[in-house]
Design a protein around this ligand. Structure first.
Ligand code: ZN
Length: 262
C-alpha cells in the first residue's frame, strides 16, 4: 500500500493584489481561480508540477482569465459555477456537488455563495480544513455586491461562518489591512479588531501575506460577519444613519459605508 503524499497550498501572487491558489502533492497540482496563466505556468515549471484540474469560483476576469491558455495544451477538467457562463468550463457545479480527485488526493464540497456574482461558488475541503471562497469572504471583509442583494450576501456569509472555526480561509485578494481599518471604524470597542489590524500591518511591513485566516478569526473580527453585534449596530446608527432593527438593513448599511470608506 502506498502512502498518499501530503498536500500543500501555495499562493501565486498576480495582478496588484490577487492570490491564485495552487494545491499540490509535489507532482500533481490544481489551481483555483487562475486569472492569469503566466504566473501559474512559472509556478508549475519551477515546482516540476503537472496541472491536472482548474477550479473557478466566479466569472470575473481576474479569476478566470487564464483558463483558455492553461487548458489549450492540456486535456484537463475545468470546474466552475453552474449558474455562470465561463468559456472553457467542462464541469458545472452547484451546492451539493462534490469534486473528487485522486492525484492530488482531494475532495471538495461545493457551496452556493451568490451576491458578489450571481452564481459564485465556494470549495470546502473538510479533510484538510481548507475553504476557497473567491471574492465572497475576505480577511476582515467581504466582496462587493455586484450581482446580488444584501440578503443574499448575509445568507452566503452565514454558510461560510457555519464552517468549523479552525478552517483556513483562502480568499483571493490581499485586502486585509484596508478591510481592518474599516473594521476598527465599525467596531471601535472590540480590542480583537484593533489587535488584528496591527498584526496585519506588521505582516505586510515584513512583506508577508495575511491570507489564509481562519473562520474563527473572521467570526471574532470581521464586521461583515458581526453586523448583528450591538457595538456595530450602535456605530451604524451614528455613522450610516441606520434607522431599522433589521439585521439585513444593518448589513446593507455596513456594506454601503465600506464602499465609500477611505
Ligand atoms: Zn470578483
Amino acid at each position: 500500500m502506498s502512502v498518499k503524499p501530503s498536500l500543500q497550498v501555495s499562493a501565486i501572487p498576480a495582478f496588484a493584489d490577487n492570490y491564485l491558489w495552487l494545491v499540490h502533492d509535489g507532482r500533481h497540482a490544481i489551481v483555483i481561480d487562475p486569472g492569469d496563466a503566466a504566473p501559474v505556468e512559472a509556478a508549475l515549471s519551477s515546482g516540476h508540477l503537472t496541472l491536472v484540474a482548474i477550479l473557478l469560483t466566479h466569472h470575473h476576469g481576474d479569476h478566470a482569465g487564464g483558463v483558455t491558455e492553461l487548458s489549450r495544451q492540456r486535456d484537463i477538467p475545468v470546474f466552475g459555477p453552474a449558474r455562470e457562463k465561463i468559456a472553457g468550463v467542462t464541469h458545472r457545479l452547484s451546492e451539493g456537488d462534490i469534486v473528487k480527485l485522486d492525484e492530488p488526493a482531494i475532495t471538495f464540497d461545493v457551496l452556493d455563495v451568490p451576491s458578489h456574482t450571481a452564481g459564485h461558488i465556494a470549495y470546502v475541503d473538510h479533510q484538510h480544513g481548507w475553504l476557497f471562497c473567491g471574492d465572497t469572504l475576505f480577511a476582515g471583509g467581504c466582496g462587493r455586491l455586484f450581482e446580488g442583494t444584501p440578503g443574499q450576501m448575509t445568507q452566503s456569509l452565514g454558510k461560510l461562518a457555519a464552517l468549523p472555526d479552525a478552517m483556513k480561509v483562502y480568499c483571493a485578494h490581499e485586502y486585509t489591512v484596508s478591510n481592518l481599518r474599516f473594521a476598527v471604524a465599525a467596531e471601535p470597542d472590540n480590542p480583537a479588531v484593533a489587535e488584528r489590524l496591527s498584526q496585519a500591518q506588521a505582516a505586510r511591513a515584513r512583506g508577508e501575506r495575511t491570507v489564509p485566516s481562519t473562520v474563527g478569526e473572521e467570526k471574532r473580527t470581521n464586521p461583515f460577519l458581526r453586523y448583528r453585534e450591538p457595538g456595530i449596530v450602535r456605530t451604524l446608527r451614528e455613522q450610516a444613519h441606520l434607522a431599522s432593527d433589521d439585521p439585513v438593513a444593518a448589513f446593507a448599511a455596513l456594506r454601503e459605508w465600506k464602499n465609500a470608506f477611505r
